[in-house]
Each structure stands twice: as structure tokens, then as C-alpha cells.
Design a protein around this ligand. Structure first.
Ligand code: NAD
Length: 696
């Protein structure tokens, strides 16, 4: 018998052993069935314990089997659960580390559950657009009650075992060795009959109808666009109102319907795209990584402060450099205020604030950062200033340190060229606020070494970011794509839509924030200054930005000046449409002899999103982005693109690339359009012609 099945003092111990998370793949399911059969046949066995090897009990479905026939092959998870529930001997789940998705459903089908403290328990299926399809929606409410179960199933968030034990999820919390404790527990309950089965429990119905009605409203509002949460609710309701087996059938049907929805396919795409982004074809596992135990940040402004917080949050000591004491004090005071605001909202303790601040060391001297393993420059966006800083870094930083720049628009290769170690120079493009936004564009220069690329991608994970590799170009992946999107948004204002109409169309479609609200948040003056430089190289851009330039020249910089594309009340970020903006827009239209036309919301969305898609196709072909799914990750994690649409490239795939190209051709016939703008990038044209997709 394998080492993953043993008997101990009348108890059979079936070990779940499928690294890294004991995913319930076909081989493991078969092993459990064989173990149950052996335990049943062995007269000396009075009870069974299921326990996980390694890091936890089980992380649920084995994602390596996704989209393969093995996924549903018999014995299916449901078959395994039925077998456990029907076994004539008690089965005890012994939980440590994690019990998620199918892993928790497995534990729920057991007659008893015991756990150690600190295990993470969740039904996270909703996050990939589906629902727990192996009885989770029927059993969990029977164990921990309707309200708690609904919250776990709809949010997908993990809860700690010790928090769930008082709700009844665990029959006993084990203090010492889990295996020994579980065997002792199994021996104690071995003779008790009848065997307790979750399916036989009754859910307390008092107040349930009112609770469910309110929950339905909340979910509809909170998860607009996502079909899974509301289906989860229907299943939980079925657990209350239907006999158990009917509830299971209802859950099964809901699961199958969800799997087929575009939204759930998009969410699964997003999940796999994020994992894929970490893989860089020519940087294999043999590439050495440099240890990053300390960091430094040059410049403690908006970005530098946020970047320092990101390191401090990850427990990595970070030294922050400014050359002027006042700037340093101001920057660090802002960091402290940010932490204190988080503590005030109850999301961090007062001692956490001090611990994090304790990881941050201020300095006014380059000598003070010389020993850091990585330095991130976040000074003003001016080439000469950056070069000056990099010369100093080259002169002072220890050998092997990574020299990173947070530039958003400047040429990383040119910055690297002033150092004697361009192989150590890389771009790390954080997004604002840097301590919150998950995206990190990792910009690989001509000479950046593989070691530095691999280390920086790994570092992204360590500090809780999603790293996406980009080549060097103006704007990298995200902001370069944004430029044509911005131009369409502005052109539509010239043609007849008001800023608030453009925003509403895109927000109704699912964008977290429409472009004009975004400009006001970021500050219109930033773009204004960058544009003046761009006009010198590309004078054709100027007419597109006439309204923006007028808005800016009227001192309307956005939220910070209380007015921009909208107006704002003091101390309030709510955007109010402003007749003054409509007046400026009207003047520019009149001066050009334009008669405004009503632009349908669908056209607003298509023109903005297809502009993103076309630019991205060019980026991929140029090798700036490695793959279409990386572009999707950039937009999902950095630009508020709706996750249930999978990212711009996945969305284009769902529309059909031939349809995208056909619409672009229609847009090019618009009298104000620049036909060049709508010429499909060669990659898009080719894929559309061949009936193919961006994402496989
Ligand atoms: P900021 O003006 O808020 O901060 C810059 C800081 O650098 C200031 O505190 C300044 O005192 C300091 N500084 C200037 N020269 C210095 C020098 N020689 N040595 C040390 N410190 C010096 O600017 P920011 O918005 O934080 O932007 C910093 C960088 O990040 C820029 O390259 C910018 O393009 C990039 N970036 C900004 C954003 C954003 O949304 N603000 C987003 C991504 C990237």
C-alpha cells in the first residue's frame, strides 16, 4: 500500500499528496476512491481521516487539468463526495494551510471536520466567474448558516479556520500535531451512529426571506456585469427551499450555465493571463536571481512616497533620498499621513503604522543608499535630471545593484547610456497611487541583463504587484495605447458628445472611470506639458487637443483646482457637469464650422476600445508587448478595464476581429476621422483575415 494510505490504531489515514496545493486532479481523486474502498474492506478500520501533505489540505480543482478531458473524468469530484458521504464508517477531514474550492467541498462532504489554527478557508470560484459546483452552495449554508455562507460564496474571500470554528465548520480545533489529533478524534467518534451528514441538516429559516431579498438587491448593484454572484445567491436560496438532491441539481445546472458565459470565460482568461505574464520566453528558470533584501527610492514625491510604502508594506527596508530637507520631510509626512488614514479606517493598527514607518529611512546623501540591492529613481520627468541622478547612482551604488527608473515617457536606454553598467538598468513603471495599484510595467532596455529582468519580475510579486514586461517606447504598453483612446474621446467631444456623455457611455459599459474623470484626477496640466513637447515632433496632433489645451489654459487642471472637465465642490470628488466646459466646447466647434451630432453610446465605446486594440496590435508586432494576454493584464490591473470583459484584446476576440476591422473601416469614413488612424495594424488585419483570435 502506498505511503499515502496507512492505518493507525483502527483509523485509515488517506493522504492527499499532489504538490503544490493538492489539486483534486484525476489521479488524486482515484487515490481517494481506492483508499475509501480499502478502508471499507478492512474490518480492522473503524474510521477514516483525510489529510493533506505539504502546504495544506487542498486548493481545489487542479488547474493543470482545466480544459482537458481529465477535468470531469470519473471518478469526478461529485462521485468522490457521494462515496464519502455514503461510507458506513466515519470520515474526518483534517484541515491545515488551505481548504479552498473543491478542497472545502471535500471537507464538507466528510462526516466530521477538524482543523488547526491559521488555515485559509474559501470558496473562490466566483472570482473566475463560476460557482462551487460540488455541493458547496448546498452544504456550507447548512453548516455555518445562510448569511455567513452567502458572504463567503459571493465574495470568494478566504476566512481563517479559527474564525469559522465557532460558526460550526469545525468539530474540533487541534492544538498540536494535526495528524495525531485527527486520528484521536476519529477514534473517539468511531462508534457514534447515525453518522452525521451535512445533507441532513436543516437551515434556520427565520428572517431568511427578508435577508435574501436585501442581499439580492445588494448583489445586483455591487456586481453589475458579473453573472456569477447572483447565481450563487439563487443556489444558496435553493439550499433553503429545496430538498438536498434537488438543490444539488440546481447548483449543477447553474454551474454549467455559468461556465459557458462570455463573462466567466473572460474571468478565467484574466486569471491565466496574470500567471502567463510572469513567463518570459528567453529568461528561463536557469537565470540567476539577485537577492533583494533592501531598497532605495530617489525622490519622495507622489510616486516615490508610494513606492517606498510598497516596499515597507512587504517588510523590505527602504531608504528614501531627497536632496532638500524640506522636500524629504514633506514626502515622509505624507507617507505617515497615508498610513494613519488607513489606521483610522480600521485597516491597520497604530503599531502597524510605526512598524511600516520603521522600515523607511530618510537620507539626503547618495552615500546613504549605496548599499541597497535595488534603487528606484522617481524624480522629475526630465531627461537631464534623470541623467544626472543616474550618473550619481553609477558612481555610488554597490556592484550588482539594480538601477531602476520610474519614468513614464522617457527613453530607458538613453538613461542607461550615462552609466557604465547599462545591463543593470531597467524601468519599473508604477501606477498612481503606487502603494495601491497592482500593475507594474517592467521595462526591459536594449542592454538590460536577463538576471535583472528575472529579479525585477520576481520582486514585483514579492511586493504584491503584477509585473508585465514591456519594451522601450514612448508610453510603454499602457500609456502608449491610451493615447489613441484619448484622441477618440476628445474627437467625440468635438463631434457632438459632451465629456459627461463620453464618460457615462464607457462607465456604463464597465470602465471604472471614464476618460474625462480620469484626466481630472490625474491633472490636466501634466498632459498639457507633455503635449507641448510632442507637438514639436508631431504637429498633426495639435488640432485634436485644441479643446484640452483651452481647458488647461483656463486654469482648469482638474480636481486639484476644483475644476477641469467637470467642476467640484470643495472637499468633494464628485464630478459635476459644468456649463462653462460646454461653452468652451461650443466655441471651438463653432470656430471650425462644425454642426454637433448625437453620438450613440455604442459608438463611443467602440471607438475608444477599438483604438486601444489597434494600437496594442502594433505593440505586439513590434515586440513591445510579448503577447496579447499581457496587454489584457495591463488594462485590467492598471486602467480599470472591466474584468468580466477580459481586457481589450479578449474583448476584441469576443466581438470577432473581422467585425472589429469592419467597424474601424466605417469609422474611417466619418468626415472628421483621420483615415490613417483607423487603418488596421498588420497583425489585426492578418488575424481578422484568417478568422483567428488574439488570444489563441
Ligand atoms: P513629483 O514631482 O511628485 O516628485 C518628484 C520628487 O523628486 C520631488 O519630491 C523632488 O523634490 C524630487 N527630486 C527632484 N530632483 C531630484 C534629485 N535630483 N534628487 C532627489 N530628488 C529629486 O513627481 P511624481 O509624480 O512622483 O513623478 C516622479 C516620476 O514618476 C516621474 O518620472 C514621473 O513621470 C513618474 N510617474 C508618475 C506618475 C504619476 O501619476 N504621478 C505615474 C507613473 C510614473
Amino acid at each position: 500500500m502506498s505511503s499515502t494510505y496507512q492505518t493507525q490504531d483502527g483509523v485509515a489515514v488517506i493522504m492527499l499528496d499532489n504538490p503544490p496545493v493538492n489539486g483534486l486532479g484525476h489521479a488524486l481523486r482515484t487515490h481517494i476512491m481506492e483508499g475509501l474502498a480499502a478502508a471499507e474492506a478492512d474490518g480492522g478500520v473503524k474510521a477514516v481521516v483525510l489529510i493533506g501533505a505539504g502546504r495544506g489540505f487542498s486548493g481545489g480543482a487542479d488547474i493543470r487539468e482545466f480544459n482537458t478531458p481529465k477535468m470531469g473524468a470519473e471518478p469526478s469530484l461529485r462521485t468522490v463526495l457521494d462515496r464519502i458521504e455514503g461510507l458506513a464508517k466515519p470520515v474526518v477531514a483534517a484541515v491545515h494551510g488551505i481548504a479552498m474550492g473543491g478542497g472545502l467541498e471535500l471537507a464538507l462532504a466528510c462526516h466530521y471536520r477538524v482543523a488547526v489554527k491559521g488555515a485559509e478557508i474559501a470558496l473562490p470560484e466566483v472570482k473566475i466567474g463560476i460557482l462551487p459546483g460540488a455541493g458547496g452552495t448546498q452544504r456550507l449554508p447548512r453548516v455555518i448558516g445562510l448569511e455567513q455562507a452567502l458572504d463567503m460564496i459571493v465574495s470568494g474571500n478566504a476566512r481563517r479556520s479559527e474564525a469559522l470554528a465557532p460558526l460550526g465548520l469545525f468539530d474540533e480545533m487541534i492544538a498540536g500535531d494535526l495528524g495525531a489529533g485527527a486520528v484521536a478524534f476519529a477514534q473517539r467518534v468511531a462508534a457514534a451512529r447515525p453518522l452525521p451528514r451535512v445533507r441532513d441538516r436543516v437551515i434556520a429559516a427565520e428572517g431568511a426571506a427578508a435577508f435574501l431579498a436585501k442581499a439580492r438587491n445588494d448583489i445586483a448593484r455591487r456586481y453589475r456585469g458579473y453573472p456569477a454572484p447572483i447565481k450563487c445567491l439563487a443556489c444558496v436560496e435553493a439550499a433553503l427551499t429545496m430538498p438536498f438532491d434537488d438543490g444539488l441539481a440546481f447548483e449543477r445546472k447553474g454551474f454549467q450555465e455559468l461556465v459557458e458565459t462570455t463573462e466567466s470565460k473572460a474571468l478565467r482568461h484574466a486569471f491565466f493571463a496574470e500567471r502567463q505574464a510572469a513567463k518570459i520566453p528567453d529568461v528561463g528558470p536557469e537565470t540567476l536571481m539577485r537577492p533583494i533584501k533592501s531598497a532605495a527610492v530617489v525622490g519622495c514625491g507622489t510616486m516615490g512616497g508610494g513606492i517606498a510604502m510598497t516596499f515597507a508594506n512587504a517588510g523590505i527596508p527602504v531608504t528614501v533620498l531627497e536632496t532638500q530637507k524640506e522636500a524629504l520631510d514633506r514626502g515622509l509626512a505624507l507617507v505617515r499621513r497615508n498610513y494613519e488614514a488607513t489606521a483610522k479606517r480600521g485597516r491597520m493598527s497604530a503599531s502597524d503604522v510605526e512598524t511600516r514607518m520603521g522600515h523607511i529611512t530618510p537620507t539626503l546623501e547618495f552615500a546613504g543608499i549605496a548599499k541597497a540591492d535595488i534603487v528606484i529613481e522617481a524624480v522629475f520627468e526630465e531627461m537631464d535630471v534623470k541623467k544626472d541622478v543616474f550618473r550619481k547612482l553609477d558612481a555610488t551604488m554597490k556592484e550588482g545593484a539594480i538601477l531602476a527608473t520610474n519614468t513614464s515617457t522617457l527613453d530607458v536606454d538613453e538613461i542607461a547610456s550615462v552609466t557604465a553598467r547599462p545591463g543593470d538598468v531597467i524601468g519599473t513603471h508604477f501606477f498612481s497611487p503606487a502603494n495601491v495599484m497592482r500593475l507594474l510595467e517592467v521595462v526591459r532596455g536594449k542592454e538590460t541583463s536577463k538576471e535583472v529582468v528575472a529579479t525585477t519580475m520576481m520582486l514585483a510579486r514579492t511586493i504584491g504587484k503584477i509585473g508585465v514586461l514591456s519594451g522601450v517606447c514612448d508610453g510603454f504598453i499602457g500609456n502608449r495605447m491610451l493615447e489613441p483612446y484619448v484622441r477618440q474621446s476628445l474627437l467625440m467631444v468635438l463631434e457632438g458628445a459632451l465629456p459627461e456623455e463620453v464618460d457615462r457611455a464607457l462607465e456604463d459599459w464597465g470602465m471604472a472611470m471614464g476618460p474625462f474623470r480620469m484626466y481630472d484626477l490625474a491633472g490636466n496640466d501634466v498632459g498639457y506639458r507633455i503635449r507641448q513637447r510632442r507637438y514639436l515632433e508631431r504637429p498633426r496632433l495639435k488640432p485634436f487637443y485644441e479643446i484640452s489645451d483651452r481647458i488647461c489654459e483656463a486654469g482648469r487642471y482638474g480636481q486639484k483646482t476644483g475644476k477641469g472637465w467637470y467642476r467640484y465642490e470643495p472637499g468633494d470628488r464628485t464630478a459635476h457637469a459644468d456649463p462653462e466646459v460646454a461653452r468652451i466646447v461650443g466655441e471651438v466647434r463653432a470656430a471650425r464650422g462644425l454642426t454637433p451630432r448625437a453620438i450613440p453610446a455604442s459608438e463611443i465605446v467602440e471607438r475608444c476600445i477599438f483604438a486601444l486594440v489597434n494600437e496594442a496590435a502594433a505593440l505586439i508586432e513590434e515586440g513591445i508587448a510579448l503577447r496579447a494576454s499581457d496587454v489584457d493584464v495591463v488594462y485590467l490591473s492598471g486602467y480599470g478595464f472591466p474584468r468580466y470583459r477580459g481586457g481589450p484584446m479578449f474583448y476584441a476576440d469576443t466581438v470577432g476581429l473581422a467585425n472589429v476591422v469592419a467597424r474601424m473601416s466605417e469609422f474611417s469614413r466619418n468626415p472628421l476621422a483621420d483615415p490613417e488612424f483607423w487603418r488596421p495594424a498588420p497583425l489585426l488585419a492578418r488575424l481578422a483575415g484568417e478568422g483567428k483570435r488574439f488570444n489563441g
